[in-house]
Design a protein around this ligand. Structure first.
Ligand code: PGA
Length: 256
């Protein structure tokens, strides 16, 4: 497997509450990243804060939490991936469970987005993960989500994809949440890579980055990257706490 710098994605969700605070948080993240250097860091702020955040970033990259698959046209309320790209956005989170739950995001919409973003030269961060886990095995639904999301995607584009394995029950804001174990994340990683390998061949599959999301903290990140074999993390709550996020970047840099 290709050894790469860890990819750490900060998913700010609907936070913070002003462009000034967003800029402040982005600045401290940029500074932390500059001092630890080794991780590849991406921030996903709410849409309206993108320009303010962009102003203070140099090494840290910019993501959006969603984007529409069409480039232009009569789509009230949607934001085109091309517009976002022109504003400096390089990554887009796709299929997050909160978008499925609150915005009715369907498998078909996720698939259209993955296709459009890969073709358009933007990196999709595809979230997959089960809502519940009863047994030790990674449920079949994870495979179904992956296959449906990638339907029709050209083989040569697949290496630009990032897959975030994010079991929904592990997301910090969900009732009774707890982080997955590194051992289970490891098995999920193998499972996902096997599916990719079967569909696109070993070389393409090995180039896809697989990261973990769900209650990641500075305490748990080292084991997800080491024992869990994850190539990065999708971080929600902890990315809003500047000290804690700096510690996550420090830990990820030490391992990368
Ligand atoms: P969390 O969120 O780190 O707060 O669990 C992760 C996410 O929802 O992407």
């Amino acid at each position: 497997m290709m050894k790469r710098r860890a990819l750490i994605v900060a998913n700010w969700k609907m936070n913070p509450d002003s462009p000034e605070r967003a800029q402040e948080l982005a600045r401290t993240t940029e500074e932390a990243n500059l001092s630890f250097k080794r991780a590849e860091v991406v921030i996903a702020p709410p849409y309206p804060f993108i320009p303010a955040v962009k102003e203070v970033l140099s090494k840290v990259k910019l993501a959006s939490q969603d984007a529409f698959w069409e480039e232009r046209g009569p789509y009230t309320g949607q934001v085109s991936w091309r517009t976002l790209k022109s504003m400096g956005v390089s990554h887009v989170i796709v299929g997050h469970s909160e978008r499925k739950k609150y915005a009715g995001e369907t498998d078909d919409a996720i698939n259209k987005k993955i296709q459009a973003f890969l073709k358009g030269g933007i990196t999709p961060i595809l979230c997959i993960g089960e809502w519940e886990r009863e047994k030790r095995e990674i449920p079949r639904i994870v495979e179904d989500q992956l296959i449906r999301a990638l339907s029709g995607v050209k083989k040569e584009l697949i290496r630009h994809l990032v897959v975030a394995y994010e079991p929904v029950w592990a997301i910090s804001t969900n009732l009774g949440s707890r982080p997955d174990t590194p051992d289970s994340a490891f098995r999920a990683g193998i499972y996902i890579r096997k599916i990719l390998s079967g569909a696109y061949g070993r070389r393409q599959a090995d180039a896809v980055r697989i990261i973990y999301g769900g209650s990641v903290s500075s305490r748990t990140i080292p084991s997800f990257l080491r024992e869990g074999g994850m190539q990065g993390a999708l971080v929600g709550k902890a990315s809003l706490d500047p000290q804690e996020f700096a510690q996550i970047l420090r830990a990820a840099s030490a391992i990368s």
